[in-house]
Design a protein around this ligand. Structure first.
Ligand SMILES: Cc1cc2nc3c(=O)[nH]c(=O)nc-3n(C[C@H](O)[C@H](O)[C@H](O)COP(=O)(O)OP(=O)(O)OC[C@H]3O[C@@H](n4cnc5c(N)ncnc54)[C@H](O)[C@@H]3O)c2cc1C
Length: 342
């Protein structure tokens, strides 16, 4: 690990000032923010990131880590620990998909350290990105190529990829957020702004090293999740190589509103298979207005995977992903909700 200057911000406005040099896509960016440190410190030890200055976001007190749930929706402070939100009774009751996406992530120790903001900004687990001895990685060294395309790519993405990068977005919580149409509250040098969560992460385009639309120095301060009839009939299904402490190879965040036999609303987020947090409105449109059956779920899953591309070792993923979506939808339909919910 290279030496760096460590600074503690007294509050978030000061953190914004201290973090003015934070830049994505620049391994030696002048500054990086530190929240729980469970991603950043690993990447610094590996010398994938070599910031000159680390700014500790040291304001975990209210309102930055507060969890608020009202009839109008939820506001989850970005500095709340993953474990705190996963165990919150109101989140468990009103937004089970969010609680499950956090419970099924990482280990208990990591969930106790890691924050929601750091979780959505975690970097890919692509081994060619995380090991600087590989020279070809467009995400780490822009313009150097992608070693994974012709390398060992069993865990790599099948949706949203191109010849520049086939890395996979690894997080779970982001998949629940994108399914539920969440928004992100940001604080930067020009004040605060609210953006759709779906526009936080960029697509691969030709610049894999630019991963988000955050401006230099901008900090995530909260996630806003709307209320809706569909949030209670929701779940997160995560498929992985072992039952705990493992990233998804396929996952689905689904939320449904069903009246009588008819699906009135459907939300489908996909993880473990795409370059960025992925929502499939094609699949949702097939379900809405129709009864949810095994065959409509299969049609929706096929639509979600229509543009999937494998690169050899990950050719098994489209079929696994289809089955994951079908199972998640049928399990969500079968949920027994208390009265008043659909
Ligand atoms: C062994 C292991 C297994 C894991 N398994 C899973 C898993 O199954 N599922 C899963 O989802 N995750 C998994 N993770 C990832 C883990 O959940 C993340 O490391 C963690 O959530 C990051 O949060 P943090 O607060 O520690 O972030 P940090 O490491 O402090 O920060 C991560 C990045 O986000 C930036 N940042 C942090 N907070 C903010 C903010 N508020 N505003 C702007 N920038 C910010 C930092 O500058 C840094 O670049 C695993 C991690 C490990 C080490």
């Amino acid at each position: 690990m290279r030496s760096f200057v460590f600074e503690r911000a007294a509050d978030l406005p000061q953190a914004v000032k201290l973090g003015a040099g934070t830049r994505q896509g620049q391994t030696d960016a002048p500054a990086q923010f530190l929240a729980g440190g469970t991603t950043l410190i690993d990447l610094m030890k590996l010398e994938v990131l070599t910031p000159q200055r680390v700014v500790h976001l040291q304001s975990p007190g209210a309102p930055w880590s507060a969890i608020e749930v009202s009839p109008n929706g939820a506001r989850l402070g970005a500095f709340a620990k993953m474990s705190t939100v996963a165990d919150d009774a109101r989140v468990l009751a009103q937004y089970p998909v969010i609680a499950q996406s956090l419970q099924l992530a990482a280990s208990a120790q990591i969930r106790n350290m890691a924050t929601l903001g750091g979780n959505v900004l975690q970097r890919t687990r692509c081994p060619y990105y995380r090991d600087p001895s590989w020279s070809a990685c467009n995400k780490r060294v822009p313009g150097s190529g992608c070693a994974a395309i012709h390398g060992f790519n069993r865990n790599h993405a099948i949706l949203g990829v191109d010849e520049n990068c086939i890395s996979q977005y690894p997080g779970d919580f982001a998949i629940a957020l994108i399914a539920l149409d969440a928004r992100v509250e940001l604080m930067g040098a020009e004040g605060t702004r609210l953006i759709p969560f779906a526009s936080l992460h960029t697509g691969v385009q030709s610049q894999p090293h630019i991963e988000t639309t955050l401006k230099p120095g901008e900090i995530i301060i909260a996630f806003h999740v709307p209320a809706g009839a569909w949030t209670r009939r929701s779940l997160y299904l995560k498929v992985r190589d072992r039952a705990s402490y493992e990233f998804a190879i396929a996952s689905a965040a689904v939320a449904l509103s069903i009246e009588g036999e008819e699906v009135r609303e459907a939300r489908i987020g996909l993880g473990g298979m795409a370059y960025r947090p992925w929502r499939s409105q094609e699949a949702e449109n097939i379900l809405i207005g129709n009864p949810l059956t095994e065959s409509s779920a299969a049609a929706a899953a096929a639509a979600a995977l229509k543009s999937a591309i494998g690169h050899g070792h990950n050719d098994y993923k489209p079929e696994l992903a289809r089955r994951t979506i079908v199972r998640a939808l049928l399990e969500a339909k079968a949920l027994q909700l208390s009265s008043g919910a659909s």
